[in-house]
Design a protein around this ligand. Sequence first.
Ligand SMILES: Nc1nc2c(ncn2[C@@H]2O[C@H](COP(=O)(O)OP(=O)(O)OP(=O)(O)O)[C@@H](O)[C@H]2O)c(=O)[nH]1
Ligand SMILES: [Mg+2]
Length: 222
Amino acid sequence: MPTLTLESTVYTLQQLLDVPEAQVALAGRSNVGKSSLINALAVRKKLAKVSATPGKTRSINFYRVQPHNFFLVDLPGYGYARASHSERRSWATLLEKYLSTCKNLRALALLLDSRLPPQKLDLDLAGFARSCGLPLLPILTKADKCNQRERAARQAEWGEIVGVKPVITSSSKRMGMDALWQRLIEASGCAPVILEEEPAQPVTASLAEALARTTAGTEEKA
Ligand SMILES: Nc1nc2c(ncn2[C@@H]2O[C@H](COP(=O)(O)OP(=O)(O)OP(=O)(O)O)[C@@H](O)[C@H]2O)c(=O)[nH]1
Ligand SMILES: [Mg+2]
């Protein structure tokens, strides 16, 4: 299981663009369960702050994934009704610039509440990511709140919309975490390269033989 460590907290676009490593951003409506998912992936209860009050995550948190060495970026939620208009506006501008200009951003993991039909803000963000050529990884959250039939229906619905089958997860029940890790690592482009098995070392064996012969030859002459 990969490990996650909170490495930095950033507030500006410049700080976001300055990170040289590959990144996969986690975005979704406020309260959809982004921070809880970070904790479930890390198997730690308090790595990311979770709250019943929406709008808990106000900064952008970079979690380093080891040994793959990329970042999961926990973004503040959008659609937080109690934020001021100007606050929402400046957040939307930052998100838009990050998604459209960050060269090291490999994919957008879009968190979607399993219980809700597709919401306009989510559809808008999915459409924007697609227009930037940014791969999308849809993730259904809070699956413990739905039955199997509802989950499958939601998965098919979103699969149709974004063209990628969503991963079904529940942070509280730790459901879907292995599958999610696999998809995140794939999305980051940092999967370890698996080398094909080499045939059993004939080169070294013959080199040893050759060296032995030369030494023997030298000894004979001396
Ligand atoms: N039942 C259930 N509740 C969940 C799950 N994931 C998160 N929650 C609850 O949903 C609420 C919001 O969770 P957060 O992880 O803080 O959500 P967030 O998306 O980070 O929210 P912001 O930081 O406000 O954008 C909390 O009360 C969590 O306990 C889940 O898988 N199942
Ligand atoms: Mg949060």
